[in-house]
Write a protein that binds this ligand. Structure first.
Ligand SMILES: Cc1cc2nc3c(=O)[nH]c(=O)nc-3n(C[C@H](O)[C@H](O)[C@H](O)COP(=O)(O)OP(=O)(O)OC[C@H]3O[C@@H](n4cnc5c(N)ncnc54)[C@H](O)[C@@H]3O)c2cc1C
Length: 301
């Protein structure tokens, strides 16, 4: 079945400049803040200092602070905030750790920022299946600290200690991307609060599924424009370089151990493994070259 979303003679690509965004009516904004204050008490913050902290500063774009910040602690907090804001046409901006570099957490039309740092629980770890279920405010370093004892690690490293929710929302990559892929390759499923407050689950822990639309990948990289990620099922993708007894290394693509390394540092392991792979590739190429040269010599003779 093909669904025709729009039928026009000309093809249009819709773009919205942030300059065109309108701030909500003052009455709508004050009603929203009143209702949020009644719901969240001191977890609704309107002080200038906190609002400024939630505007973007690591970019050439000037900071554009929100009108208020809600400190979410559970999915219901996200839902209620989104619902109240939607009723009054007030924008909502999700906030992980604010390390994104292109002004993503700016609030060009004001609105309410939902800070997810307190939703930072690792809910389930399935070590045998190499996956885990986490809240969006878990940072990548905290996750790796949690997984370490179970011989696992999460390989995506964008440099900053970003939240996994923010990393999924920006489809983060980093120094290990060539070996382990990006967030696109390491998220199995999401729980998302949509713009109307409805919750959807985009998948399961199953590594393979051909059922339905691939909604998980629609939300990865959407930068919070399609909904707020309230839970992630992460595919850890790799065993920690050190085995459980700390006696050397488990190599991901085989059982061979790389000698002389005992730091347990995944990045260092990764570099070492990459060099080993490069050496193998180099040896392979030399071998291939020898065959070609030998072949040429034979045909010349
Ligand atoms: C020194 C440095 C180096 C970096 N190097 C890299 C790099 O190599 N590769 C790379 O990819 N990135 C890199 N980054 C960028 C940055 O780390 C990523 O953009 C990061 O993934 C953002 O995560 P965050 O938690 O800080 O999200 P935030 O900055 O808080 O938010 C980013 C966007 O995601 C949205 N968002 C946040 N949480 C959620 C949620 N739960 N649900 C829905 N939307 C949400 C926000 O609204 C915003 O639009 C680097 C940053 C720094 C400071």
């Amino acid at each position: 079945m093909i669904i025709v979303l729009e039928s026009r003679e000309e093809t249009h690509v819709a773009t919205i400049s942030t300059d065109d965004l309108k701030r909500p009516e003052p009455q709508a904004l004050s009603s929203t803040l009143e209702r949020l204050a009644a719901r969240f008490g001191n977890r609704l913050i309107t002080s200038q200092a906190v609002r400024d902290q939630h505007a973007h500063t690591t970019t050439w774009l000037p900071p554009q602070p929100p009108d208020a910040v809600v400190m979410a602690q559970e999915t219901a907090d996200i839902q209620d905030t989104v619902r109240i804001c939607a009723e009054h046409g007030v924008p909502v901006i999700a906030f992980g750790t604010g390390t994104s570099l292109e002004g993503q957490v700016n609030a060009p039309a004001g609105g309410v920022c939902i800070d997810l740092r307190d939703m930072n629980k690792v809910l389930e770890v399935h070590a045998e299946d190499l996956d885990c279920v986490i809240e969006p405010g878990v940072t990548r370093k905290a996750l790796n600290e949690h997984l370490r004892d179970q011989g696992l690690f999460f390989p995506i490293d964008p440099g900053a200690d970003a939240s996994l929710g923010g990393m999924a929302a920006t489809r983060a990559s980093g120094t290990n991307a060539v070996r382990y892929g990006t967030m696109r390759d390491n998220v199995l499923a999401l729980k998302v609060v949509r713009g109307d407050g409805e919750i959807i689950k985009t998948g399961t822990r199953a590594k393979k599924s051909a059922a339905g639309y691939d909604l998980t990948h629609l939300f990865i990289g959407a930068e919070g424009t399609l909904g707020i990620i309230a839970e992630l099922t992460i595919d850890q993708a790799a065993r920690h370089p050190r085995n459980h007894r700390g006696r050397g290394l488990l190599v991901r693509d085989g059982s061979r151990r790389l000698p002389g390394h005992d730091s347990g540092d995944p990045d260092r392991y990764s570099r070492r493994a990459d060099r080993a792979a490069q050496r193998r590739t180099g040896q392979g190429l030399q071998f291939l070259l020898k065959i070609v040269v030998a072949g040429d010599a034979a045909s010349a003779a």
